[in-house]
Design a protein. Structure first.
Length: 239
């Protein structure tokens, strides 16, 4: 009677299998990373689209005036600067105008509305439940109240660039209203952006326009508009 001898893989066979698996991983990982990057951009665009719907709904209820923070310290501030003098012209009239607007016009939580789902979610100090970011800050930038020179407290404006009021008859439908935070640390040249958590560069930002559209804009189409403290803030150079 013939006996069949049971045996496992030889060393050479194992090495061949391991090599094939390693090759497949090397091929698939870049594709998976690219797909994840694309999905995150789309998720961010969806959030900004919701922000624009709520922004324009507010304008419908308020004589075509968009939410106004009065005199915020930074583009990514949900609040006016400290003291009632800074939000005397804010609408809603509150020290935290965008938080009030968010509660009244959006159903999703602050974390799922006012925070970019990009790389900054990896920084626990910049999440919606972190000190400061749980009330004063977000990781999106808001520009519709940035038309008045030196509107932002502490901010130094790029004097060669006048930002138009989105309600101005000459304002383009592509005037940026919302975008991912895109800020450069002047001392270190590191970036806070959709695709950068204090990294050396950024490829660009998602930008929501006055006409309600949202698109990815590359870095070479951005311009800095204001710096405040150690940060220099950028937006799409369209208006």
């Amino acid at each position: 009677m013939t006996r069949f001898r049971e045996h496992g893989f030889t060393l050479i066979e194992l090495l061949v299998v391991i090599s094939i698996v390693a090759l497949l991983i090397a091929i698939l990982l870049p594709a998976l990373a690219k797909a994840r990057k694309s999905a995150t951009r789309v998720q961010c665009q969806s959030r900004q689209h919701s922000l624009m719907i709520a922004t324009l709904a507010f304008a419908t209820d308020n004589n075509d005036q968009l939410p106004n923070r009065g005199k915020p310290a930074y583009p990514h501030a949900t609040s006016a600067n400290t003291g009632s003098i800074y939000f005397i012209d804010a609408n809603p009239s509150d020290q935290y105008p965008l938080n009030v607007w968010h509660r009244n016009y959006m159903q999703a939580s602050r974390g799922d509305s006012l925070f970019c789902p990009g790389e900054l979610t990896n920084d626990p100090t910049r999440r919606a439940n972190a000190p400061g970011y749980n009330k004063d800050w977000m990781t999106y930038q808001y520009f519709s109240d940035a038309d008045i020179q030196n509107r932002w407290g502490w901010g130094q404006w790029r004097t060669s660039r006048k930002l138009l009021d989105p309600n101005d008859v000459h304002a383009s439908p592509k005037t940026p209203i919302w975008s991912c935070i895109t800020a450069r640390y002047k001392s270190t040249d590191l970036w806070l952006a959709h695709d950068s958590n204090s990294g050396p560069k950024t490829d660009g930002q998602n930008s929501a326009q006055l006409d309600g559209s949202v698109k990815w804009v590359n870095f070479d189409t951005l311009e800095w508009v204001v710096y405040s403290g150690s940060l220099e803030f950028y937006r799409w150079n369209m208006q």
